[in-house]
Design a protein around this ligand. Structure first.
Ligand code: NAD
Length: 439
C-alpha cells in the first residue's frame, strides 16, 4: 500500500519505517529540511534501538523515502498519516497548529480519494477540525473530492518503539465511515496475524483512549511516588510495598516503580491536555491535577534531599548519571534531570554530567553550563556526591570500589532505586533513594 507519513519525529519515523518493513511504500514528509537531508544521507536524527538498520534496509529496497515535498507525497499515496508534534499550548491544551496546517495542505493538493489518519495525540474533536480544514481547501478549489478521516493513536514507547509497533498490544482505530475503517483494517492486518488486536471504535473514543491511557499510566507513577514519600516518613520500604500490591491481579506489577517523576514528550503534556479538555467541558479533573502536582514536586526531591544531607551546596561539584527522561532514548523533553541540574546550577554548584546517548540533546538545553564527560567514572573525580537520574543498564552494576576511590565523599542520591540500600551501606556508601531510606 502507498503511505505518506507527515512528520518524521519519534513516531512518524518509526511507524513509517515499520510500515515499509512490511512491504508498503512509504514517503516520509517533514518541514525540517536539515532533518530530511540528513535522512536522505542515511543519518538517523534520534536514538532508537534497531531504527537505523530498519531505515537503511528499507531505503535500499526503495520502499522508504524522505522529502519536504508534501504535494508529491500526498498525491502518490492512498493513506496520509499525520504524525506531527502536538506540544503543550495555551492553558495546557494541545497546540494543534501543525496538525491543522498539514490537514489544510493535504486539502490544497489532493486530487483523488485519501484516507487521512491522525496518529499524533490530539484532543477529542480534532478529527472534526481536520475534516473541516481539508474540506475548506477542497471547496476553495471548487472540487468535490471524497476523503475519510480516522484517528489511529500511537502507543509505542521510546526505547522499545519498533518492538511495540511490530508487536502491538492493541491497535486503536477510530473511523466513522466504513471505507476508511476497512482500509485501516487491511493495512494493519499484517500486525494482527497471531491475534486480532485491532480495536475499531468511533473517532472520539479513539482520541480519548490515548489520553486516558497516558493519564492512567501517569497516575500510577504519581501514586507510587506519593506512597514512597509516606514510606520514607513512616519507616516502610517501597520495594516491599510495590511487590506486595503488584501480586493483586486487579493492580498488576507493571509501572509501579517510584522515581523522580515522569517526563518525556507525552505524559506531562497529555495529562495537562486532558485536564484542559475536562475544564472546557465543565469538569474539574481533580485526580489528574493532583497527578501533575505530585509529579512536578517529585522532580525536585533529590535536590531537596541533598540540601538536607549536605547543607549549603554552593560551590560544590556534583556528578549526574543519566540525562534522558528514560533509558534507551536520547529524548530530553521534560526530563527530570533538567529540573535537578537547573536547581544545582541556580545554587552555584559545578555540575558534571554523563549519559550514554543523550548528551548532544542535553547540550541544546543546557549549553556550556555543565561539564559533559565522555566516561561515567571520569564524571566522579572529586565530586561531593553522585545523582543517579536515568536507569541506564551500565549504571546497574558499576565498579563501586572505583567509584569510591574517585569521589570526594561516598555519597549517592539515587532517583531510580538501582541499588540495595543495605549493600550500599556495607560497601561504605551513604546512600539515599526513593521510599527506602529507613534501614
Ligand atoms: N514520542 C512518543 O513516544 C510518542 C508516542 C505516542 C504518541 N506520540 C504523539 O505523536 C506525535 C508526534 O510526536 P513525536 O515525539 O514524534 O514528535 P517530534 O517532535 O519528535 O516530531 C514531530 C515532527 O513533525 C515535524 N513537523 C512539524 N510540523 C510539520 C508540518 N507542518 N509538516 C511536516 N512536518 C512537520 C517536525 O519537524 C518533527 O520532525 C505527538 O502528538 C505525540 O504526542 C508520541
Amino acid at each position: 500500500m502507498k503511505i505518506c507519513m507527515v512528520g518524521t519525529g519519534y513516531v512518524g519515523l518509526v511507524t513509517g519505517a515499520c510500515f515499509a518493513d512490511m512491504g508498503n511504500t512509504v514517503v516520509c514528509v517533514d518541514i525540517d529540511t536539515d532533518k530530511v537531508a540528513g535522512l536522505n544521507r542515511g543519518e538517523i536524527p534520534i536514538y532508537e534501538p534497531g531504527l537505523s538498520e530498519m531505515v537503511t534496509r528499507n531505503r535500499k529496497a526503495g520502499r522508504l523515502g524522505f522529502t519536504t515535498d508534501l504535494d508529491a507525497a500526498v498525491n502518490s499515496s492512498l493513506f496520509c498519516f499525520i504524525a506531527v508534534g502536538t506540544p503543550q499550548g495555551e492553558n495546557g491544551g494541545a497546540d494543534l497548529r501543525a496538525v491543522l496546517s498539514v490537514a489544510a495542505a493535504i486539502g490544497r493538493t489532493m486530487n483523488d480519494y485519501k484516507l487521512i489518519v491522525t496518529k499524533s495525540t490530539v484532543p477529542v474533536g480534532t478529527a472534526a477540525k481536520v475534516e473541516a480544514a481539508v474540506k475548506e481547501q477542497i471547496d476553495k478549489r471548487g472540487l468535490d473530492l471524497e476523503f475519510s478521516v480516522a484517528s489511529n493513536p500511537e502507543f509505542l514507547k521510546e526505547g522499545a518503539a519498533i518492538e511495540d509497533f511490530m508487536k502491538p498490544d492493541r491497535i486503536v482505530v477510530g473511523c466513522d465511515d466504513e471505507k476508511g475503517g476497512g482500509l485501516l483494517r487491511d493495512l494493519y492486518s499484517v500486525f494482527c496475524r497471531t491475534s486480532d488486536r485491532l480495536l475499531a471504535m468511533d473517532v472520539k473514543s479513539a482520541e480519548m483512549t490515548k489520553y486516558a491511557a497516558n493519564a492512567m499510566l501517569a497516575t500510577r507513577i504519581s501514586f507510587m511516588n506519593e506512597v514512597a514519600a509516606i514510606c520514607d516518613k513512616v519507616g516502610a520500604d517501597i520495594a516491599h510495598v510495590r511487590v506486595g500490591i503488584g501480586y493483586d491481579p486487579r493492580i498488576g506489577s507493571k509501572f509501579l516503580f517510584p522515581g523522580l517523576g515522569y517526563g518525556g514528550s507525552c505524559f506531562p503534556k497529555d495529562v495537562r491536555a486532558l485536564i484542559n479538555t475536562a475544564a472546557e467541558n465543565g469538569i474539574a479533573a481533580e485526580v489528574m491535577q493532583a497527578v501533575d502536582v505530585v509529579n512536578n514536586r517529585q522532580k525536585a526531591v533529590l535536590f531537596a534531599r541533598a540540601g538536607e544531607v549536605i547543607g549549603d551546596l554552593g560551590g560544590k561539584i556534583f556528578a549526574v548519571w543519566g540525562l534522558s527522561f528514560k533509558p534507551k532514548t536520547d529524548d530530553m523533553r521534560e526530563a527530570p534531570s533538567l529540573v535537578l541540574i537547573k536547581h544545582l546550577l541556580a545554587n552555584g554548584c559545578h555540575v558534571r554530567v554523563y549519559d550514554p546517548v543523550a548528551m548532544e540533546e542535553a547540550r541544546k538545553e543546557l549549553g556550556d553550563r555543565v561539564e559533559y564527560m565522555a566516561d561515567q567514572y571520569d564524571c566522579l573525580n572529586g565530586v561531593e556526591a553522585l545523582f543517579l537520574v536515568t536507569e541506564w543498564g551500565e549504571f546497574r552494576e558499576p565498579d563501586f570500589a572505583r567509584m569510591k576511590s574517585l569521589m570526594k565523599s561516598p555519597l549517592i542520591f539515587d532517583g531510580r532505586n538501582q541499588y540495595e540500600p543495605s549493600r550500599m551501606r556495607d560497601k561504605g556508601f551513604e546512600y539515599y533513594c526513593i521510599g527506602r531510606n529507613n534501614d
